[in-house]
Structure formats: C-alpha cells, structure tokens
Design a protein around this ligand. Structure first.
Ligand code: MD3
Ligand code: FE
Length: 231
C-alpha cells in the first residue's frame, strides 16, 4: 500500500520500514485529547523555546509525562521538571497512554509505554525545520505522533539532511508511527496554512509520544513492561 496521501484520500500510508500514517486512528478520542491538552496547558503553559543559537521557535510547546523535552541556550535535554513552573510536568492521561500503545502495536511495536509527550502548537506560519529526533536514550523504541486541528504538510526525508524529502498531508485524527530503521529519518513540518478548524480554530496541535529515559528499557527487557515510574 505504497501511495501518497492527499486531500480526501483516507487510506493508511506506508512510509518506510517500521513507519506508517494511520489515517484517522485518533478520530474517536480527538475531542477528549484536545480537552486534555487545554486542561494541562493551564498547568504547564505553552511556551516558545529557544534553540542553542538563541532563535525562538515558531512552534509553542509544553510536555506531559515523567520527562519533558526542553531546549535553551545550553542545548536540548529531557527534564523531569518544567523550567517555567519549577514543578513536574502534568502526568500522561491514561487516554494518551492507551492511544500511543495501540498505535505502536498496530505497527508491531508491542508494549510501548512512553514516558514523554511533547505537545506542539502551530499557528498559521509556524513551521518545524528538517531534523532528527535523537535526544532519547533508547532509539529502539518507536515514536508515535497524533495530529489535531488544522492540516499540515509534513516532510519525510532520508538519513542524510540533504536527501530529497517527500510531502505528506496530515489531518485531524491522523497518527504517525515510526520506529525501527525509520526512527532516525529527517523530518519536518512546512509552514502551517491559514484555516479554521471546527474544534481548534486556527491552530494545529501535535502530540509526540516518546520513550525518552533508560529505566523502562531495562525493566522491559526483564519482563516488567508496566512497572516504570518516574524517578
Ligand atoms: C517521523 N513534530 O516534535 S510529527 C517533533 O508535527 C516533530 O509537530 C512534528 O517532529 C509535528 O520532533 C512531526 C509527525 C512526523 C512527521 C514526519 C516524520 C513524524 C515523522 C518523518 C520521519 C519520521
Ligand atoms: Fe521530530
């Protein structure tokens, strides 16, 4: 089922080994996901992080889960504390954990228990330039992402920054799973176009579920997949 997804084509899309777009996989729970995002953003607000070079990212973010991805002048890291509030990030809602586990399982990655969920918020004009996700300790775990609100054009590249990238449209309720050989593919999101989504208005949210820390891996290898707790 290798084909491009555009406009009203709602089939799943095979992206590469261990990677696919699951079209509409999160549609059923989408309203509840958005309600959780808005509730949690009252605890750990959306903020525009700075890159190491001091550039303000156009995408606003916060995290939920035991670990949160943060960037500042000292670089990127996963932090159990929200530097903005001085408190732990809001816990991962069970609905989030369940969705991520089921989506990863659909690609054959069983027992996926993320410890980090980065919530990205795009306004029209916001974009994410081509990058690899490599700040996690266990690159054998997949990553699961959920698109909510306005559609986006995402870029699927190769293993070198300069490799030609293919565009795919991601719409409300789409879930992307990427693991195995596709885990380190360069990817990005093109400038969000203007629009008005019935649920989010002029916004796109993206939830990115990751296994960021090492503790779970060890326990999982020893056969205790659900006993991970925040240190
Ligand atoms: C996987 N977020 O936060 S997720 C990130 O839509 C991030 O906010 C994007 O990349 C977002 O690190 C993309 C969906 C996606 C898109 C392209 C990919 C996942 C991908 C290309 C390769 C692997
Ligand atoms: Fe990424």
């Amino acid at each position: 089922m290798q084909h491009d997804l555009f406009a009203d084509d709602r089939r799943d899309v095979h992206l590469g080994p261990g990677a696919a777009i699951l079209s509409g996989f999160a549609l059923d729970g989408a309203d509840a996901l958005i309600a959780h995002v808005e509730r949690m953003a009252a605890l750990s607000p959306f903020r525009h992080l700075e890159t190491r070079s001091g550039k303000r990212m156009s995408v606003a973010m916060f995290n939920c889960g035991a670990l949160g991805w943060v960037s500042d002048r000292s670089g990127y890291r996963y932090d159990p504390i929200d530097p903005e509030t001085g408190r732990a990030w809001p816990p991962l809602p069970p609905l989030f954990l369940d969705l991520a586990r089921r989506a990863a399982g659909a690609l054959g990655f069983h027992g996926f228990v993320p410890d980090a969920c980065l919530v990205n918020r795009y306004v029209p004009g916001a974009r994410l330039s081509l990058h690899q996700d490599m700040d996690e300790q266990d690159h054998s775990a997949p990553i699961v992402s959920v698109s909510l609100g306005l559609p986006a054009s995402f870029l699927w590249g190769g293993h070198q920054r300069g490799d030609r990238a293919v565009r795919h449209r991601l719409v409300h309720g789409d879930v992307v799973v990427w693991g195995g050989p596709s885990r380190m593919i360069f990817h990005g999101v093109e400038e969000l176009q203007d629009g008005n989504h019935p649920v989010t208005g002029a916004l796109r949210y993206n939830l990115t579920f990751r296994k960021a820390g090492p503790a779970q891996i060890i326990r999982q290898a020893m056969g205790h997949p659900s006993s991970f707790s925040q240190g």
